[in-house]
Design a binder for this molecule. Structure first.
Ligand code: SF4
Ligand code: SF4
Ligand code: SF4
Ligand code: FES
Length: 950
């Protein structure tokens, strides 16, 4: 194995269709018009020396190292900023050029420390490389003149350092922050000799607007900006391409290694979801893999509350099998089940549902997607015919209008947010529908055309009002509707949305948004050109989550914004593999590929392949499992990679259900809140320790590749297979590629997927089959998957969760950039620097009424429960609305959320809870109990004393 080196072409690729041919150093090369001479030379295999250019950002032309001579033209233009012309004859290496380049390098080196041997970038420094490339042998001016050697290093960021003594002021970092990340945190301050890179207001990186994405570090050609892990460990010696295990963007990375130690994660330029960019989580927050809290030995105990006992794999698996068999013998086949994880691979998820159906003999399998995007699957399948988004991420580059509803991509899907911002900077118009004034509404160089700050729980009223405007003002794309949609369904829908109760004026009453603003936003969406909708959990996690998804689909169909680049309906999936977990048949009523379990033909296929009889009755959903546990009919649960106590609503009900069960098996990296109620703990593996695939929000199937051995000895798929074996069924897989072969054999949309193809193409988007052997970036082109697009009636039914004198405020929840989900991984990294606790955002007016100051400890109480946390006073939330995140178990916002859920899918209504906020004297009783319980259970598990700080 060796390091994967990617070619740096110096400048971005031209998108022009027309080509031109030039001759460079005697070689003819044909490139798209607008290509720089530097890039054209690289395409011909000729490397022009460079320092200030790199192909992820536009050329700037400041270092003057890349000079060339062009026949018939005077002077020595910079090859990075000079586009090729047809018939141009270029020389990159002449006596004159060589001298000029050496002179330039001499000036750089005269103000650069000569500590190459001890420099962390030694061997990976472009300045060092260029000194060699231009043949620099002496520095005539010496290093005695004015210099920057004493400049003070900024070590404030937990993951990288900034050493201005080594800076050549090439501004690659500044441009990367602007063009790649879209944050504008850096500038070149001062002039001439005094010019220097400044973060924010010339402050430490950590205090500035920097979001720690690392794009500047990646762009820096010297050791000025460099990862602390490289300083500590040294240069990597081999790399493996794999996929981030955090969010649904699914960024590809090169894991750069020394032996089995990760040195750094470098976003992979060929990654089709991220094109070489990343966020702070994927690039830096991988240290949890080696965290001392990892449980690496299987453990069992007789009763919850007993100390855990470390045992062999055989004993643990034997316990699982004997308990599950005993429970089934006593209480029937349907008395056990499993919960799959959107953090695990497709192959692992597939195997868990196969274990349930083929070994347990029932369909009691559900997934955490139940609590996030199940309404997406249901709503889009009923309208379009598939349970997934319609576009790839690149599609946003063709959008003229971008409508973001119930999503905060800069925090939740940061790499996609950067792409979106790039498009907005190019002139696309933005509509944001969100109770909060999110970053997208107004940030550096970006301003939404319309922000519709609706009250939580009123999405359907808003979508109907947008549709009302489009229908009643004659803005429907009649040709599209006539040709591609069900005419009768459209007519019914059009008559429905045209009713007065669906007008913007009526919606203003529910949403709190002025009717004229709603009308203006609708007109922009319908008439502004290609219009794309992006949405998140702010749409789905409602009692009418499915209705809103359907309303979104209706709106896109009515305006013809489906079936080409730049448009579409795009759910921003939360977890890395939530799309895959749904695709793989994790739901109790569906086999892989969203086919109903009651379908005899489909079930027959699986029965034949697996050699078993399958139950035709749908199994239990997660909330029903807890209900059944309480009545004694469901007593055994296998939970792979989920912390349902933290992530599911109404924690009290979840805990009561768990306490009522006789055998709970938790498979995870760390002891989590659910494991407090478990009888068997099986140590899981991180994404770095196994092979497999994840499917991201664009339906893109990406390879996950093992870079180190599983620390506990088994990858998650091997554990599931071992449970099956212990229960008497041999599955015989020797590698996840064999599981994928089975998935492809049994699932039409995956029919063409193989590991060989993924290795060759990098990734594919399903459907990938004979009709689309290389996958499907855009769906529903010319025709919907279901045939005709289906308009559905979306009546607004206000949630039963109402405010009143006791609970006058509405709580809504979300994420923050540096943390992920319940924080099990990110809290165990230096990302805790940015978000050490969950905070409650409250409007100044509401805070004043309650006598609260910024940072005050407050009691947040609802009809379901109470918790204490600190207040942040901000006008990002409207009066009457409060907001918090759910990353910290000692806050557990879900103690407060209600048990209302989506009418179609049971997706919980996390986004609307009536609450009261009051000053607090300290943690609630359960928080005190949690602290001691958590410390004790971890101490018992590891039998080592915890440091005082924990
Ligand atoms: S880490 Fe990212 S946000 Fe921070 S300065 Fe660098 S490019 Fe900008
Ligand atoms: S920090 Fe690096 S990228 Fe930025 S100006 Fe200095 S040398 Fe160039
Ligand atoms: S967390 Fe999401 S956006 Fe960030 S690197 Fe990972 S996949 Fe990409
Ligand atoms: S690389 Fe062209 S001027 Fe710096």
């Amino acid at each position: 194995m060796s390091l994967i080196s990617e070619i740096d072409y110096g400048t971005p690729a031209s998108q022009a269709d027309k080509t031109v041919t030039v001759t460079i150093d005697g070689f003819a090369v044909t490139v798209p018009e607008g290509t720089s001479i530097m890039r054209a030379a690289m395409e011909a295999g000729i490397q022009v020396p460079k320092l200030c250019a790199t192909d992820s950002i536009e050329a700037f032309g400041s270092c003057r190292l890349c000079l060339v001579e062009i026949e018939g033209r005077a002077g020595t233009p910079a090859s990075c900023t000079t586009p090729v012309g047809n018939g141009m004859v270029v020389k990159t290496q002449t006596g004159k050029l060589k001298k000029l380049r050496r002179d330039v390098m001499e000036l750089y080196i005269s103000d650069h420390p000569l500590d190459c041997l001890t420099c962390a970038a030694n061997g990976d420094c472009e300045l060092q490389d260029m000194a060699g490339a231009v043949g620099l042998r002496e520095v005539r001016y010496g290093q005695e003149g004015a210099n920057h050697f004493d400049a003070v290093k900024d070590q404030s960021n937990p993951y990288f350092t900034f050493d201005p003594a080594k800076c050549i002021v090439c501004s690659r970092c500044v441009r990367a922050c602007e063009e790649v990340q879209g944050t504008f945190a850096l500038t070149i301050d001062g002039r001439g000799f005094a010019s220097h890179v400044a973060a924010g207001m010339d402050e430490p990186f950590l205090a500035s607007e920097c979001v720690s994405c690392g794009a500047c570090v990646q762009a820096c050609p010297t050791a000025t900006l460099i990862e602390k892990s490289v300083i500590e460990i040294g240069q990597p010696e081999h790399s493996v391409v794999t996929t981030c295990a955090y969010c649904g963007v699914g960024c590809s990375f090169k894991a750069e290694m020394r032996g089995e130690e990760v040195v750094r994660m470098v976003p992979y330029k060929d990654g089709k979801a991220n094109h070489g960019h990343s966020c702070v989580k994927g690039r830096f927050a991988w240290g949890y893999t080696n965290h001392r809290d990892r449980i690496l030995k299987p453990m069992i105990r007789e009763r919850i509350g007993d100390p855990w006992r470390e045992v062999s794999w055989d004993e643990a698996l034997g316990r699982v099998a004997s308990e599950f068999k005993r429970i089934q013998a006593q209480r029937g086949r349907n008395s056990i089940g499993a919960i799959t994880s959107s953090r695990c691979t497709n192959e692992e998820t597939y195997l868990v549902q196969k274990l349930v159906r083929a070994v347990f003999g029932n369909n009691n399998t559900d997934t955490c997607a139940r609590v996030c995007h199940s309404p997406t699957g249901y709503g889009l399948s009923k309208t379009f015919g598939t349970s997934a988004g319609t576009q790839d991420f690149d599609s946003v580059s063709e959008a003229a209008v971008i409508l973001v509803i119930g999503a905060h991509p800069t925090d939740g899907h940061p790499v996609f947010a950067s792409r979106m911002k790039k498009r907005l900077l190019e002139g696309a118009k933005l509509i944001v529908i969100d109770p909060r004034r999110t970053d997208l509404v107004r940030s550096a160089h970006i301003e939404a055309a319309y922000h519709l700050p609706l009250l939580p729980g009123t999405n359907v009223a808003m979508m109907n009002a947008l549709a009302h405007t489009i229908v009643t003002e004659g803005l429907v794309n009649e040709k599209f509707v006539r040709e591609q949609c069900d005419g009768e369904a459209f007519a019914d829908w059009a008559a429905f949305v045209a009713r007065p109760e669906n007008s913007p004026e009526a919606a203003a009453h529910f949403t709190g948004v002025p009717a004229e603003t709603i009308r203006a936003a609708a007109r922009l969406y319908a008439t502004g050109g290609n219009a794309a909708i992006y949405y998140g959990l702010g749409v789905t996690e409602h009692s009418q989550g499915t209705t809103t998804v359907m309303a979104i689909a209706n709106l896109a169909m009515a305006t013809g914004n489906i079936g080409r680049e730049g448009v579409g309906v795009n759910p921003l999936r939360g977890q890395n593999n939530v799309q895959g977990a749904c695709d793989m048949g994790s739901f109790p009523h569906e086999l892989p590929g969203y086919r109903h379990i009651s379908d005899d033909i489909v079930r027959g296929l699986f029965e034949k392949d697996w050699g078993v009889h399958l139950d035709a009755e749908p199994g239990l959903r997660i909330p029903n499992m807890f209900d059944a546990a309480m009545d004694g009919s469901f007593q055994g649960l296998y939970v792979q990679g989920e912390d349902i106590v933290q992530s599911d609503p109404d924690s009290k009900h979840v805990i009561a259900g768990l306490k009522a069960m006789e055998c709970i098996v938790v498979q995870d990296l760390f002891l989590n809140e659910t494991s407090n109620y478990a009888h068997v703990f099986l140590p899981g593996s991180t994404f770095l320790e196994k092979d497999g695939t994840f499917t991201n929000a664009e339906r893109r199937i990406n390879r996950v590749r093992k870079v180190m051995s599983p620390k506990a000895g088994m990858a998650d798929w091997e554990i599931t297979q071992a449970i099956a074996k212990a229960m008497g069924v041999n599955m015989h897989y020797t590698h996840p590629s064999e599981i994928m072969a089975e998935i492809a054999r049994l699932t039409p949309s995956f029919a063409g997927v193989t590991y060989d193809k993924l290795d060759a193409l990098g990734s594919v988007q399903w459907p990938c089959n004979d009709a689309a052997p290389e996958g499907t970036p855009t769906m529903h082109i010319g025709e919907f998957v279901r045939g005709k697009g289906n308009f559905l009636i979306t009546e607004f039914v206000p949630t039963d969760e109402r405010t009143g004198p006791r609970f006058p405020l509405l709580l809504t929840t979300g994420r923050i950039l540096s943390q992920y989900n319940v924080g099990a991984q990110t809290r165990r990294t230096d990302n805790a620097t940015w978000h050490g606790e969950d905070l409650l955002e409250i409007h100044p007016h509401d805070a004043e009424e309650r006598g609260l100051h910024d940072g005050a400890l407050v009691r947040l109480e609802s009809r379901s429960g109470a918790t204490s946390l600190r207040a942040r006073i901000t006008d990002r939330v409207a009066p009457g609305v409060v907001y918090t995140t759910f990353h910290h178990p000692d806050t557990q916002a879900n103690v407060v959320t209600s048990d209302y859920s989506d009418w179609a899918t049971n997706c919980p209504e996390y986004k609307v809870t009536a609450v009261q906020v009051a000053p607090s004297n300290g943690p609630t009783a359960w928080q005190d109990e949690y602290q001691s319980h958590s410390r004790e259970s971890r101490r018992i598990a590891r039998a080592v004393p915890l440091p005082a700080a924990e």
